[in-house]
Design a binder for this molecule. Sequence first.
Ligand code: 6GU
Length: 239
Amino acid sequence: MRFDILTLFPEMFASPMGSSILKRGQETGAFEIALSNIRDFTDNPHRKVDDKPYGGGPGMVMMCEPVFRCFEHVAEQGPKPGRVLLMTPQGRQYDQKMAEELSREERVVIIAGRYEGFDERIRDGLGAEQVSIGDYVLTGGELPAMVVVDSVARLLEGVLGDEDSAKDESFSNGLLEYPHYTRPENYRGMTVPEVLLSGHHKNIEEWRREKSLERTKAVRPDLFEKYKDNSKYQENNRE
Ligand code: 6GU
């Protein structure tokens, strides 16, 4: 899989995308990241990429020209991008379902902006989907772009060490994960729940499911309500 990232700050990606699991994933060829600097595609002598908003108001707006030209340059290389994402707090909220969809694409283009926002014609002209990573405001779309790459890359074959570790986790089944423990059994008087030391796999599985439900209900009632509508839960909890 190939990610193309259009940004004014390609250097921001070096360490987060070049470390640990994502580093190895690129070395083994599971995916590649191609960074393009939007500023390389300006047509004015000052390499200006933003301008004042029509109608007035605070902040600056990302101009069409460098973003269109950068996108066209990128799109010319290789297969047609399956999805084009424009990272903005005005977008639809990113979630695990979208990560799973993206992981089935051969090529995804992610546009990260700075400033107050993008000229609206960028979204229209490039057929881009506006995507947000949550209800808070960041200084730019670079961290959100990295969030997308990380969450998609770890779903690709050969990226995570243990093939099973992407299956049993929070959100993949609609619930938050159960609590984990490792050695020692007693740490400063805090002990590991007995059932986990029992070796009784069915009881352990049951305990984890209970904890998972309990935790989701307490911390994420929204997820819990969604899960309750799910047939599996209803089957297992019929009177
Ligand atoms: Cl995609 N961009 C910015 N600047 N802030 C955000 C965001 C994106 N998602 C949440 N906050």
